[in-house]
Design a protein around this ligand. Structure first.
Ligand SMILES: [Zn+2]
Length: 134
């Protein structure tokens, strides 16, 4: 049900955004999904479409889902890295998709081995753009 709650907030934000842009009809909403966001990528677009029916503005909008790969930056040496290398090395890399908070326990900077890093991309869900007509 997490997907429905999230879809609801995305639809709400999209409707607000469309109103600010003074759009009369929204034709497309592009939503970016972080790789680390534990979400069902089939349920979510379906939920958005269903919920959009309640908004006259968005009833005929298309919903695009864009994947954003996770990215990290080491706080010690500023090296930037992604999840790909960890995926090859351990099964736990899959686990991170469900519990992003666990990342720090098994991911280390590939350059200096520091476990002190920040996630610079791939965590959130946000609206990339809205298209429509006035
Ligand atoms: Zn480092």
């Amino acid at each position: 049900m997490h997907e429905w709650a999230l879809a609801e907030s995305v639809i709400k934000a999209a409707a607000q955004h469309a109103a600010e842009l003074k759009l009369k009809r929204v034709s497309e909403v592009a939503v970016v999904f972080g790789e680390l966001q534990a979400i069902d990528k089939e349920i979510f677009p379906f939920a958005m479409k269903e919920l959009a029916k309640k908004h006259p503005l968005m009833a005929s909008a298309r919903f695009r889902v864009i994947d954003e790969p996770a990215a990290f930056r080491c706080r010690a040496c500023s090296a930037e890295f992604d999840l790909k290398r960890f995926r090859k090395e351990s099964d736990e890399a899959e686990f991170i998709h469900f519990v992003p908070e666990m990342a720090h326990s098994f991911i280390k900077c590939p350059s200096c081995k520091s476990p002190d890093f920040e996630m610079t991309a791939g965590r959130g869900v946000y609206i990339k753009h809205i298209k429509g007509s006035k």
